[in-house]
Design a protein around this ligand. Sequence first.
Ligand code: UDP
Length: 235
Amino acid sequence: MFKRVLLKLSGEFLAGDSGFGISPETTAGLAHLITQAHAGTGVELAIVIGGGNLWRGARNGAGMDPATADYIGMLGTVMNAMALQDAMEAAGQPTRVMSAIQMQAVAEPYIRRRAMRHLEKGRVVIFGGGNGAPFFTTDTTSTLRALEIGADVVLMAKNKVDGVYDSDPQKNPDARRFDTLTHMDVVERRLEVMDATALTLCQDKGLPIVVFDLFGEGNLRRLLSGERVGTLIQT
Ligand code: UDP
């Protein structure tokens, strides 16, 4: 049974059918799903939100100074965090946004002990602004924040993929899904779980990861209630 978890959401979860931008309807649906799944479980929930629906430094910033392009991406994650907070509070869940890049008018600055205090009080904390440093992704932010706040696990939410497979299940009908893996298995088989820097950090610190389908019926609720869902990666 988990006491405190870190949920990683890609920015795409906020986009509508176009896959780009923030759709208020999609965001409301997402917030509803998370709030319902979390309600009454007693599990402390922190969220890291990505920014790929708005901007990815390497892709959208081609030709720019790479650090500047990444900072734009980090600002995008704060926009997503604000949209998700708005929707979660509308769904009845008190929520705080903490940003790694200071912008006091819209988000609290990230202060580790303060984040933990919010969690203890039953607030959901959304970490925006990535790590506050370029050349990283929000996968590393998930791992870093999870370790900082003492989360039991990183929950990597996926859309339409219900775990880690030995090959792409969209292309190979015989693809096999793993129930459990070690961090080393993931590294050696080059399985797609999170980027290499984030994975190495999880491996070094023995932080478990669960890869699961966020839209699978009852999946998040079951996970938060201590059931096994998706693929569990641990040392
Ligand atoms: N980013 C960054 N440092 C971080 C986190 C994010 O520079 O610590 C930038 C980077 O440009 C990245 C963008 O923010 O491409 C959006 O984050 P990410 O690609 O992780 O979003 P996701 O794929 O999860 O939606």
